[in-house]
Design a protein around this ligand. Sequence first.
Ligand code: SME
Length: 154
Amino acid sequence: MEKERFYREIDSELASLVADESDLIARMSTICSLLKDRLSWVSWAGFYRCLDDETLVVGPYQGRIGCLRIRIGSGVCGTAAEKRAPVIVPDVHAFPGHIACDPAARSEIVLPVFDAAGKLLAVLDLDSHLPAAFDETDQRFLERLLSERVVGRP
Ligand code: SME
């Protein structure tokens, strides 16, 4: 499947790019750049980091300006953070409380990012201008990228 090929290429490139990089923000920035650059269906790729128990604050991202802060429990990002689980939204207009940073966005996937102790560090948000652009294939590869290339190290 085409998607799997793109993700495998990103993973092998990331492996060499971040293998010796100990800084979390540098790894997050690199993964955003690769995801936005290589996945044609992605219009925005970025992290929202947990600032405290109530607030996400924007982290490294690629794409047009994103909102700076999101309350945990609000929008797709805040819902994924609250549930500590991935959320796939095939039609953002049908998602109650969706936060529209880009009026052209049609679908979205958000995944939680945990540290080695299981604490929620951030969420990864990918948006698309295409409807239903994300599915379980994206979720599976992105979960692996997050655990192996972003966290899982000091
Ligand atoms: N749509 C997201 C907000 C972040 S931006 O799309 C960059 C949400 O509803 O959480």
